[in-house]
Design a protein. Structure first.
Lengths: 222, 371
């Protein structure tokens, strides 16, 4: 009798299972044989259940792959599109940072230039008022001298005063020229950083275009 | 459409902040690379604007009286960016993909339907408003710079000639884009009443680090090309009022007020008008010569310059608000205030403490702060 064997469990084997009568003095079938048979059936059913689960997983996996293929050509397009979105986002953030840095730099320089501009103007104003005061003082001194000497101001003294007035005029012209030169050099430096700012902005723009082109354009799909 | 469900779904997505707009634009540009050219290099401000607009739309989704005009304005406004009706489905697809991505497992068929429905309505209102506007106005007005007068280190008065004359009300402003800074639009007030030769003045103040204002104030020259959007803004002279007028202008906040003075000059009986024009330094009173000429010509106009950061200035010193306090009572005046945020806030609160009723105060806030 072959109830317990290494062969796979089949419905036929279960149905045709035969058990010898129990030993003398006992009723029914041989208990040990029945137990052994049940153990074998149980093991086989457990193995089949395991196989079944594994197969189901395999089916799901294959079905999923099949669906992906039929919906969109190419391997897993959704994933690669999301990847591309992230790559482009990174590039965009880099560009944003470049532009923000350039703007911050230009802001600092502009602020600095304004402060220097105001400082120079303030200094120039102070100097101008000193010069003006000096001129006033010399003028009133000269006038005093004229009053003191009355009509009797000598030609030589008159000459001297004229020379002083001419000197003061020249001095004031020189001051004005200096001031103008200050302002012009300031304007020039402003123009320089404007150009620099413009160039860095173009560079940033170029770098954005560049990175945008590096993103694989193929797996878009929508 | 379940409006509550929509709001909840947006709140969950919006919690991801800037990431959401970043994903949206990247998705849009990957799907439609040709749209990238419509946007500036830096997208940081753009993302901010998108999230704010979406937030506004979702907040008002049940309030059609507010939502429809807002969307209509948005639709008209987008014409100058080159937005066409066929761009809307592309934006909708990327918007839905973005919402789905950030909703994760919470993305259901019901939600997808809600959002599709909502976006369809949004796009419809926007495109209809744009189409209606198209029959009356071009998407933008091209203009050539005819004058570029640098008045101070920071302030330049620009005169432009639009290719086609366009009508506006003094006090209004337009978005301006320069070819030197493509895709960046900033608002500037027209500084004159409409003229027979259609020329327009803009008073441009270069903001430190501001790409557009710096370019307009310093880089562009006579002959440069600009693009102007449609005139907008609610600041305008109350013509029905018989009250005296007080104008308070801080720096280039003078521009719309000057246009309003010119408008008043055309009235049969101009209101008695007092302009207080403030700046930090005397040099910053960039348009004083012109204003004094106007005051000499028109007996109904008084101009008071005010300088806040030069104690030895030979004239009124202090802020515009200080000078107004010191001058004649203003309680029964129509008051118009324009300038930096700080100047507008300070002046408005002073006017209120001087007894000017809330509805007699008209304001334009330029947003920048004076350094």
């Amino acid at each position: 009798m072959t109830q317990v064997s290494s062969e796979p469990l089949t419905p036929e084997l279960v149905r045709s299972a035969a058990f010898p009568p129990a030993r003398l003095g006992r009723r029914g079938l041989d208990e040990a044989q029945v137990h052994a048979f049940c153990g074998w059936v149980s093991d086989e059913v457990a193995r089949m259940l395991n196989d079944n689960i594994m197969l189901q997983e395999e089916v799901l996996r294959l079905r999923g792959r099949l669906l992906d293929r039929s919906a969109k050509p190419g391997a897993r397009p959704e994933d690669s599109h999301v990847q591309a979105v992230y790559v482009l986002s990174k590039a965009q953030q880099t560009a944003d940072r470049c532009v923000a840095d350039a703007q911050e730099y230009s802001r600092e320089i502009a602020q600095d230039a304004r402060m220097r501009h105001e400082e120079i103007l303030r200094e120039a104003k102070v100097r101008a008022s000193v010069i003006l005061e000096e001129a006033h003082a010399s003028a009133s001194q000269a006038a005093g001298a004229v009053r003191d000497t009355g009509e009797s101001l000598s030609a030589a003294e008159r000459q001297e005063l004229r020379a002083e007035i001419a000197y003061l005029r020249t001095f004031s012209d020189v001051c004005r020229t200096h001031l103008r030169a200050y302002m012009e050099s300031l304007t020039r430096s402003i123009e320089q950083w404007e150009r620099a700012e413009h160039e860095s902005a173009s560079a940033a723009r170029a770098s954005v275009r560049h990175s945008a082109h590096q993103v694989p354009a193929q797996p878009i799909g929508h | 459409m379940d409006e509550l469900r929509l709001k909840e779904s947006f709140a969950r997505v919006a919690a991801h902040g800037d990431e959401v707009a970043l994903f949206f634009y990247s998705h849009l540009f990957l799907s439609h690379p040709e749209l990238r050219e419509m946007f500036p290099v830096s997208m940081a401000d753009q993302r901010d604007r998108l999230l704010k607009a979406l937030g506004q739309i979702v907040a008002d989704v049940s309030n059609h009286e507010a939502l429809v005009p807002y969307l209509g304005g948005l639709g008209r406004d987008h014409r100058k960016f080159g937005t066409l009706a066929e761009h809307y489905p592309a934006v909708g697809a990327s918007l839905l993909a973005t919402l789905a991505h950030f909703s994760g497992l919470g993305w259901t068929e019901d939600l997808a339907r809600d959002w599709t429905e909502a976006y369809t309505v949004i796009a419809q209102v926007m495109t209809e408003a744009a189409a209606e506007d198209e029959s009356r106005n071009p998407p933008w007005w091209g203009a050539t710079v005819a004058g570029h007068e640098r008045r101070t280190m920071d302030i330049t008065v620009i005169k432009v000639v639009p290719d086609v004359p366009f009508s506006y009300v003094p006090g209004q402003s337009v978005a301006v884009e320069s070819e030197a800074r493509p895709r960046l639009w900033r608002f500037y007030s027209m500084a004159n009443a409409p003229r027979l030769d259609a020329t327009i003045d803009f008073h441009v103040r270069a903001i430190d680090g501001g790409p557009v204002s710096s370019a307009l104030a310093r880089s562009i020259t006579v002959g440069s090309r600009l693009r102007l959007g449609a005139p907008v803004g609610t600041l305008r002279l109350n013509m029905a009022s018989r009250r005296d007028v007080l104008l308070a202008g801080g720096s280039t906040g003078l521009a719309p007020l000057k246009a309003m003075i010119e408008q008043a000059a055309d009235l049969a009986e101009p209101p008695r008008t007092h302009l207080v024009f403030g700046a930090r330094t005397a040099a910053g009173l960039y348009d004083l010569a012109d204003l004094e000429k106007m005051a000499a010509q028109w007996s109904w106009l008084t101009v008071t310059p005010a300088v806040s950061a030069e104690p030895d200035y030979q004239g009124e010193t202090g802020t515009v608000a200080d000078v107004i306090s010191r001058q004649a009572p203003v309680g029964d005046h129509d008051t118009y205030v324009c300038g930096s945020s700080a100047m507008v806030t300070a002046t408005v609160s002073r006017l209120q403490s001087l007894g000017v009723p809330h509805d007699h105060i008209y304001v334009e806030d330029y947003g920048w702060s004076e350094s």
